[in-house]
Design a protein around this ligand. Structure first.
Ligand code: NAP
Length: 495
């Protein structure tokens, strides 16, 4: 059944997109969970239930693995050019329906519409990029050092992949995995986050329309992610786990995958430093700070979590950031004027509040915001704190909200040590007019990604990923993203 036309009927109102619940997407069919249970989806702006999606059981998960296994040989043998054309069609359909998808993402996640539009464009780009990668997968050929034989290396699809994604980028985290997996010739089972399943299901309908054969992409939602994932990983046909989410759950899944020696890619948490040197262009640094902090209202793994500002520019930067943060329009994500939407859950708001109260109790000063906004919806105001002491808990934990803690520093060596004083190593930002210093500091900060005089580094054409407790592997980039879904086969041949 092709339901894409229903979902993307541009004549229908927002509530129609939001309340669709066609079922688990398994083997190209939409079906309820085997025990008929559902998961309610909440609008974080109003706390109202906006939809219900099926709550998959272990039996449903087994069906999804069966479907992925049944489709595996056909997809693996589909010529790369054909796979590429289908991925390209996914890009085109996503681009055509970008406005609808952005509205849906904004509704279920709460993010400001402008952020949702940016996410959908970024998410679609993974299809275009990987359509181009699909036809460029090549092997190796060489003479063995002994001269006795040739070494042939063939890259083959790794097999059935389980993909698990978080709620903060419901479209992009899914396409960043699905597109390279399909380019490599793998079939997949996607388990999106329970808070934001609607975007994942809307995209599933779109893949079908683009020509992705039944069973190549399967999508299931479940309120029992631990047992359901464990059951899928225990199936010997599953060969890959690609996870994006918190470091804590990542560790649990690495242990689970180890039982079955399954290849893992892990995109985990972050604690990005944002370093501003005295010689930085102040306005450019403030522009960058707003993007690095406030994209997605701070709910991003790459979000600037600690602002280290050199003493000479500190007060001017603090004042500029306070003005910009205090001026932001807070409201429901779907309102076109909104610049800072709600947090995903009440629990998320409470965590932000706990971190802010802790910093204030240790001596931080509130320049703006700093208290939970009363009323319905999970709102927290844009907040700037200065004189945050190094022992404040927020310097070690992800804030995941619209809070900018400022810490002052004097020397280059000091700020490098401070930036690296974290278990994480995903993203870092540096502002300086001295390019040599920028490159020197970039090379010394322990991080998978650095933005130098920029507030944004994500790009499907660049390798995304972290070091230390921020993860294993890379997504996107030239060859990196697809390589995560392939295995090298070596053939020794005498000619
Ligand atoms: P999370 O709690 O770790 O959940 C992520 C996903 O894992 C969700 O689909 C969740 O399902 C599922 N999950 C939870 N427990 C599981 C288990 N025992 N077994 C299998 N799956 C399980 O993370 P989150 O709160 O959604 O996302 C925020 C985190 O993601 C932050 O730490 C952020 O930094 C990180 N993140 C990292 C990147 C990156 O690229 N490095 C990108 C985005 C986000 P349910 O929703 O059903 O619980």
């Amino acid at each position: 059944m092709n339901i894409s036309a229903d979902i993307f009927d541009e004549d229908e109102g927002m509530s129609d997109y939001a309340t669709f619940s066609h079922g688990l997407y398994i083997g190209g069919r939409w079906q309820p969970s085997s025990d008929g249970r559902v998961i309610e989806v909440i609008d974080p702006s109003t706390e109202a239930v906006i939809a219900a999606v099926p709550d998959a059981t272990l039996a449903d998960a087994a069906l999804a693995v069966d479907a992925a296994a049944k489709a595996a040989a056909g997809w693996r043998e589909t010529p790369p050019r054909r796979r590429s054309e289908i991925l390209r069609r996914c890009f085109e359909l996503m681009s055509e329906r970008a406005e609808t998808l952005a509205a849906l993402t904004s509704l279920e996640n709460g993010k400001a519409l402008r952020d949702a539009r940016g996410e959908v464009a970024y998410a679609a780009e993974f299809f275009r990029w990987n359509a181009e990668e699909a036809v460029r997968i090549s092997g190796e050929f060489g003479l063995a050092p002994s001269g006795a034989n040739r070494i042939v290396v063939d890259y083959q699809p790794i097999g059935i992949c389980v993909l698990i994604t978080p709620w903060n980028f419901p479209a992009a985290m899914a396409t960043r995995k699905i597109a390279p997996a399909l380019a490599a010739g793998c079939t997949v089972i996607l388990k999106p986050a329970s808070e934001t399943p609607l975007t994942a299901y809307a995209l599933a309908a779109l893949y079908e329309e683009a020509g992705v054969p039944p069973g190549v992409v399967n999508v299931l939602t479940t309120s029992s992610p631990g047992p359901v994932t464990a059951a899928m990983l225990a199936d010997p046909r599953v060969r890959k786990l690609s996870f994006t989410g918190s470091t804590g759950i990542g560790r649990v899944l690495l242990a689970e995958a180890a039982k079955h020696v399954i290849s893992c890619s892990m995109e985990l948490g972050g604690n990005a430093p944002f370093v501003v040197f005295d010689d930085a262009d102040l306005e450019a640094a403030l522009d960058g700070a707003m993007v690095a902090k406030m994209r997605n209202a701070g709910e991003a793994c790459t979000a600037a979590n600690r602002f280290y500002v050199q003493a000479g520019i500190h007060d001017a930067f603090a004042d500029g950031l306070r003005k910009r943060m205090a001026a932001l329009q807070v409201g429901p994500g779907t309102d076109s004027e909104t610049e800072c939407g709600p947090m995903i859950t009440r629990k998320a708001v409470d965590k932000i509040d706990r971190l802010v109260q802790d910093a204030v109790a240790r001596g931080a000063k509130v320049l703006c915001g700093g208290t939970i906004l009363e009323g319905r919806g999970y709102f927290y105001p844009p907040t700037v704190l200065r004189d945050v002491p190094p022992d404040a808990v927020m310097t070690q934990e992800e804030i995941f909200g619209p809070v900018a803690p400022l810490l002052s520093f004097d020397s280059e060596a000091e700020v490098i040590a401070k930036a690296n004083d974290t278990e994480y190593g995903l993203a870092a930002y540096i502002y300086t007019r001295d390019l040599a210093r920028g490159m020197r500091v970039a090379s010394k900060i322990e991080s998978g990604m650095i933005a130098l005089n920029r507030g944004l580094m994500s790009d499907p054409a660049a390798p995304f990923g972290g070091v230390k407790q921020s993860g294993l592997g890379r997504e996107g980039g030239q060859k990196h993203g697809v390589a995560e879904f392939m295995e090298a086969k070596y053939i020794a041949v005498t000619i």
